[in-house]
Design a protein around this ligand. Sequence first.
Ligand code: NDP
Length: 448
Amino acid sequence: MSEFDYDLFVIGAGSGGVRASRIAASHGARVAVAEEHRVGGTCVIRGCVPKKLLVYGAHFAEDIHDARKFGWEVADCKFNWDVLRDNVLAEVDRLEGLYGQTLDSHKVTVFKTRATLIGPQKVRLADGQEISAERILIATGGWPFVPEFPGSEHAITSNEVFHLDKLPKRVVIAGGGYIANEFAGIFNEFGSKVTIVNRGDTILRGYDEQIRDRLLQISMTKGIDFKFNAPFQSIEKNDDGTLTVHLENCDAITADAVLIATGRTPNTKGLGLEDVGVELDAHGAIKVDETNQSSVPSIYAVGDVTNRIQLTPVAIREGQAFADSVFGGKPTVVDYTNVPSAVFSHPPIGAVGMTEAEARNKLGSIRTYTSDFRAMKNVLAGRNERALYKMIVNAATDQVVGLHMIGPDAPEILQAAAIAVKAGLTKADFDATVALHPSMAEELVLLK
Ligand code: NDP
């Protein structure tokens, strides 16, 4: 008999924690997981999944409009936020149930409560119960970061945005990253007046400059306003319930809702980590080595709480690698090169590998290829919106080291093309592939 209650105790049942729990259990470990919010974590409950459903819902605005050019007689349509919101939240409930079932079927014990560390191999639940485990995995994810300024309590974050009672007529969104651009697109398609307010003059830092410029240009054409170099000073709540946002270097803006999307911080506060000797970095993230082990040998961490790459599929890989390495006798290290990513803006962006600027810095001699085109469907619809595909090639080896795309279905196309980039294929390999006509993706093998 083991001297511990469990072989593994996981804190946090999000993407990384659920994967690690289920795989460790399938390797024969006795596993428990504690979750203080809802099983599924950010991605399923208040992130990727409900967001993508809203993106689908929003895009109908353009599809219904364009359908007329394709011969459909479309009567004036009205969008009903309550219906979409409730359907999305019901889908989230369904998925939460499925995640719970997966844990049950793998015989993982679920404690629907907060757990904190009281020793390198011991946790305490909110009701005072103490549980020992040979190993502990921290998978508590991240939490929206809200800068400090007067009136910040009047704003919402991505946690609340899915639950809005009614659609705001005017929305101010702080930040220029993923969430800001995705929700700007969503609200704008639903007919809200959207203003993105950014502290700097760059949106989507880390993405290729040409692609970012294209999104900015298309977003502005669609009616989204951008205020750059305009940090928030305060939010004032007016008697009629509206909010006035005061900004540096810019006139005040009055809106019905203010969404703060200025990044996410690792969820490490109050977990007792420092007390048991787990080292955190300057941002509060748990420092781990390539095996996901913290400075305390019995304590590991995966996912956003480690602030490596804040993406669900990365957290899942880390959870899998941890469980396979520690409980499956299969040492696995996650490879962080060429991780594809997407922004579900209108239109969406997909990217993998180096941007042009990164490639110039790292490789020196590169070739770039671009295709700047209007998708066939947009041409017939009379929609003046151009897609842009960009390929970065190492001039010395002909290897494709980066692919960047903005346009309809870019993330779907990019996911498949990312295999070629990950596999180290060359421009000649792309050229040797016969085009699939007519498609947008064929541009990738026709770049000149
Ligand atoms: P991002 O990191 O994408 O963007 C944060 C934005 O806020 C940047 O424009 C940044 O400006 C700005 N900012 C940061 N700190 C401050 C501050 N103190 N005051 C004012 N502005 C500030 O964060 P998001 O919140 O949009 O998303 C969080 C994370 O969630 C993302 O990094 C991503 O990993 C993940 N995510 C992924 C999605 C996807 O895969 N499609 C979708 C949504 C989220 P600056 O550039 O100057 O630093």
